[in-house]
Design a protein around this ligand. Structure first.
Ligand SMILES: Nc1nc2c(ncn2[C@@H]2O[C@H](COP(=O)(O)OP(=O)(O)OP(=O)(O)O)[C@@H](O)[C@H]2O)c(=O)[nH]1
Ligand SMILES: [Mg+2]
Length: 471
C-alpha cells in the first residue's frame, strides 16, 4: 500500500514524543531529523521537506502550551496540520459549466492512466452529478488506444466518439463537441495521446486542443510511482497548459508517496482525485485531511484536534472571565493594576500599542507624574477605604487630599474615574458574549476609540452611552 514505509517511519518518530509531558528543543530537533529523513526517503521534493520541517519546528517551539493535551500530542497535531497543508488543505471539486456542455481534457505522459481515468471520471460524474458524458478518442497515434477507450465506454454504457486514425486530434475534438451539443451530452471527456517524455510536439498539440475545446478542466494524470519525476513533469505541463487539477494514479501500488506530498506545494495545482486500481470505480476524491491522517495512521487525530480546540477555547474563556470578573474591584486592585502597567514601560509607549492610536499620540502629552499622584492618593486611603470605596465621603476625601499632598479636585477626579471603571466592569460581566464581542470590535476600530460611543445595552441609567474610561 502506498505510503506504508513513510507512515511507519513518521509514526515511529512521533511515537517517541507523543506521550511526553515535556519536550525540550533538543527533543524536537531529534524528532525533526527523523521526520526529515522519512520524507526524503519517501521521495518528497527536498525543498518541500525543508519548508515542512522548518514550519513544524517553528510552530512546535512557538506554540502555546495547552492544558488538556501533552506537548508530545501537540507536536503530532502540528505535523498533521502541516501535512494536510502541504497537500492542499481542502479537497477541491470539479468545475462544471452552470449550463451547457462542460469539457474535461485529460493530459499526461504515456501509461500514466489517461484513458483509464477518462472512463473512471465519466462513471463518477454520471453517478455523482447525474451527467450524461461523452468520451472522445483524440489519441490517433495508435489504433489500440481508440479501441481501449471504446471498450471502456462499452463497459460503462457510455458512448465514445471516435473517427479512427485518419483525422487530426483537432478535427476530432471539434466534431465531438458539436456532436455532444446536438445529442444533449452535458459532459465531454477528451482522452489525449501521451509521450514518454515532455516534448514540444506533444505540448503544441495539446495547446491547440485546449484552444479548440476551451476545457473547464485540464486534468493531468500523474503516476504516483514516479516520485520526483512526477513533480518535474507536472511543472512542465502546468507551465504549458495551465493545468486545473492533478489525478494521482496508481496510489494502490507500492509507491513511496512523495509525489502526493510534493506536487501541490511545488506546482500549486490541486490534486483532485486519486486512482486506486485498474477497475473503473477505483477513483476517489483526494482529501488532504484524510490523507494526512492516513499517513500518520491515526484515526484519532481528529479527536485530538477537537480536544486541542476545546482547550484553546477554555483557556480564552478563563482569561476573559478573570479579566472582567472583578465585580468587587477595589482600590487595591486598582493600585496593583497601575503597578503592572508601570512595570510594562512608559504609559505613552503602552498607549501607542493600541491600534490606530499611535498617530494621535504625537499631539498628546501624557503626564507620567499623574500616576505618582494617583498612587499617592490611594496610599493615603485607609485599608478599609481601599477595600470599601463606597465609604469615602466628603470629609474622608478632605483627609486623603491632605495626606497625599494633592488638591481635593484631584481626589474627586480619581474617585469619579474609579467609580466609572467599576461600573463598566460590572456591565461587562453581565454582557452576553455577543455584546462583549461587539464592544471589543468597536474598541479595536482604526482610530482607537469607539467610533460610536459604546452603549451598554443593559444600562438604562446614567451610564448609557458612556465611553470606556482609559483603564
Ligand atoms: N493499479 C493501477 N493501475 C492503473 C491505474 N490507472 C491506470 N492503471 C493501469 O495503467 C495502465 C496504463 O493506463 P492507461 O489508462 O492506458 O494510461 P494512458 O495514460 O492512457 O496511456 P497511453 O495512452 O499509452 O499514454 C493500464 O494497464 C491501466 O490499467 C490505477 O489507478 N491503479
Ligand atoms: Mg491512453
Amino acid at each position: 500500500m502506498a505510503f506504508d514505509s513513510l507512515s511507519d517511519r513518521l509514526q515511529q518518530a512521533l511515537r517517541k514524543v507523543t506521550g511526553r509531558g515535556t519536550l525540550t528543543e533538543t527533543d524536537i530537533e531529534t524528532m525533526m531529523r527523523e521526520v526529515r529523513l522519512s520524507l526524503l526517503e519517501a521521495d518528497v521534493n527536498y525543498k518541500v521537506v525543508k519548508d515542512f520541517t522548518n514550519e513544524v519546528k517553528a510552530k512546535a517551539l512557538g506554540e502555546r502550551v495547552l492544558k488538556s493535551i501533552t506537548p508530545g500530542q501537540q507536536v503530532v497535531k502540528i505535523v498533521f496540520e502541516e501535512l494536510k497543508r502541504v497537500m492542499g488543505d481542502e479537497a477541491e471539486g470539479l468545475r462544471f459549466k452552470p449550463q451547457g456542455t462542460t469539457i474535461f481534457m485529460l493530459v499526461g505522459l504515456n501509461g500514466t492512466g489517461k484513458t483509464t481515468h477518462a472512463g473512471k471520471l465519466a462513471l463518477y460524474c454520471r453517478r455523482k452529478y447525474n451527467k450524461n458524458p461523452l468520451l472522445v478518442a483524440a489519441d490517433v497515434y495508435r489504433p489500440a488506444a481508440i479501441d481501449q477507450l471504446v471498450t471502456i465506454g462499452k463497459q460503462l454504457s457510455i458512448p465514445t466518439f471516435e473517427m479512427g486514425t485518419n483525422y487530426t486530434p483537432e478535427e476530432i475534438v471539434k466534431k465531438a463537441i458539436d456532436y455532444a451539443k446536438e445529442n444533449k451530452h452535458d459532459l465531454v471527456i477528451i482522452d489525449t495521446a501521451g509521450r514518454f517524455h515532455v516534448n514540444e510536439e506533444l505540448m503544441a498539440e495539446l495547446r491547440r486542443l485546449k484552444e479548440i475545446a476551451q476545457p473547464d478542466e485540464i486534468l493531468l494524470t500523474v503516476d504516483a510511482m514516479t516520485g520526483q519525476d512526477a513533480v518535474n513533469v507536472s511543472q512542465s505541463f502546468h507551465e504549458q497548459l495551465n493545468v486545473t487539477g492533478v489525478i494521482l494514479t496508481k496510489l494502490d501500488g507500492d509507491t513511496r508517496g512523495g509525489a502526493a506530498l510534493s506536487i501541490r506545494r511545488v506546482t500549486g495545482v490541486p490534486i483532485k482525485f486519486m486512482g486506486l486500481g485498474e477497475k473503473l470505480d477505483q477513483l476517489e476524491v483526494f482529501h488532504p485531511e484524510r490523507m494526512a491522517s492516513r499517513i500518520l495512521g491515526m484515526g484519532d487525530v481528529l479527536t485530538l484536534l477537537e480536544k486541542a480546540q476545546d482547550a484553546i477555547n477554555e483557556e480564552e474563556a478563563e482569561l476573559m472571565a478573570k479579566k472582567f470578573k472583578n465585580a468587587t474591584f477595589d482600590y487595591n486592585d486598582f493600585l496593583k493594576q497601575i503597578k503592572q502597567i508601570r512595570r510594562l514601560g512608559s504609559i505613552k509607549g503602552l498607549l501607542s500599542l493600541i491600534p490606530g492610536l499611535g498617530s494621535q499620540l504625537k499631539n498628546i502629552e501624557i503626564d507620567e507624574n499623574q500616576f505618582n499622584h494617583i498612587v499617592a492618593i490611594i496610599n493615603s486611603m485607609t485599608e478599609e477605604e481601599r477595600h470599601n470605596p463606597d465609604i469615602i465621603n466628603a470629609s474622608r476625601k478632605q483627609r486623603i487630599a491632605r495626606g497625599s499632598g494633592r488638591d481635593i479636585s484631584e481626589v474627586n477626579r480619581l474617585t469619579k474615574q474609579f467609580e466609572e471603571m467599576r461600573q463598566m466592569r460590572r456591565k461587562m460581566m453581565n454582557m452576553s458574549p455577543k455584546e462583549m464581542e461587539r464592544m471589543m470590535n468597536n474598541l479595536n476600530r482604526p482610530g482607537g476609540q469607539p467610533s460610536t460611543p459604546v452603549s451598554y445595552s443593559k444600562g438604562k441609567g446614567k451610564n448609557k452611552g458612556r465611553r470606556a474610561p482609559w483603564f
